[in-house]
Design a protein around this ligand. Structure first.
Ligand code: SF4
Ligand code: SF4
Length: 277
């Protein structure tokens, strides 16, 4: 089972849920929120190895180039521009799709590689933990997420800690998941962004359930929405000052007895909900 933990919006406590669930379920953890991968703060893995994420970019051989501009026309990402003397490349916009090379009848385009991020792997108290880290200033997270998720083993159970929102970053992670858990907070913003996440999950056709985090006992916004839409609301994780203090110190909520019980109950519900053996 590969369970994706996602949230319509940032700040719902998705990563807190994901790392505590990975320990409770004794399964691997993949931090796919590569723009802000903070799961390792809580897991603190040992013996971390790192491998760069490399992407292709085109190089023009001016001994062959006729400055016909066919490559510029072929590029759907506006990564190329022509001057009177050369073809300019805006590397950050290049998706490495090779369309420019296919369009070049002179064979003037070859490819080189550059690093856009890194994938790190280690172990934390018996579980495998991996994360992608996008280099500062790089706009495209998807190559790093894809590189990270290449490490997934078909036989392993894993928690995939998804990027917030419903962009390509979330969709790329969902493509590797068998089921999803939406973590939301009981606010108008939480509901609005949860609705978008539900639309996405229905579109990709993944089974999913929901969970309210940071509950202060006033969850009717979410419970009514889930009731109306037939969404399996697994329960609530309460807000508490002790939990906030533990979080701020990079500690797992499992260290607090009432949260340990809550995560054990949640793990059981998840296994039942998704027939996870
Ligand atoms: S398509 Fe090839 S020949 Fe034409 S401008 Fe681009 S690199 Fe030069
Ligand atoms: S590899 Fe694709 S995205 Fe990059 S410059 Fe060529 S056509 Fe554009």
């Amino acid at each position: 089972m590969k369970l994706c933990i996602l949230s319509g919006k940032g700040g719902t406590g998705k990563t807190t849920l994901a790392v505590n669930l990975a320990y409770t379920l004794n399964c691997a953890y993949y931090d796919c929120d590569v723009e802000e991968p903070n799961g390792f703060i809580f897991l603190n893995p040992m013996a971390v190895s790192a491998e760069e994420t490399l992407v292709d970019y085109p190089c023009v051989d001016y001994s062959l180039c006729t400055l016909c501009k066919d490559c510029v026309t072929a590029c759907q990402f506006n990564a190329l521009a022509a001057t009177k003397k050369e073809i300019l490349l805006f590397k950050e916009l290049c998706h490495g799709c090779h369309a420019c090379s296919l369009a070049c009848s002179e064979g003037a385009i070859t490819f080189a590689k550059r690093a856009v991020g890194v994938v790190e792997k280690g172990r934390s108290n018996g579980i495998f933990a991996a994360r992608g880290v996008l280099n500062i200033g790089e706009p495209m997270a998807v190559p790093v997420i894809k590189h990270l998720l290449k490490q997934l083993k078909s036989s392993e159970d894993a928690i995939l800690d998804c990027a917030p929102g419903t962009s390509c970053n979330a969709v790329t992670t969902l493509r590797h998941a068998d089921a999803a858990l939406i973590v939301t907070e009981p606010t108008v913003f939480g509901l609005n962004d949860m609705e978008i996440a539900v639309e996405l999950l229905n579109h990709v056709g993944l089974p999913f359930a929901a969970l309210v985090n940071k509950s202060r006992g006033e969850d009717s916004l979410i419970t009514e929405y889930c009731g109306k839409n037939g969404i399996n609301l697994l329960g609530v994780i309460p807000f508490s000052k002790e939990a906030a203090i533990a979080y701020s110190k990079g500690k797992l909520l499992l260290e607090l007895p009432e949260y340990k019980l809550a995560f054990e109950a949640l793990s059981k519900q998840l296994k039942e909900a998704f027939a996870w053996n």
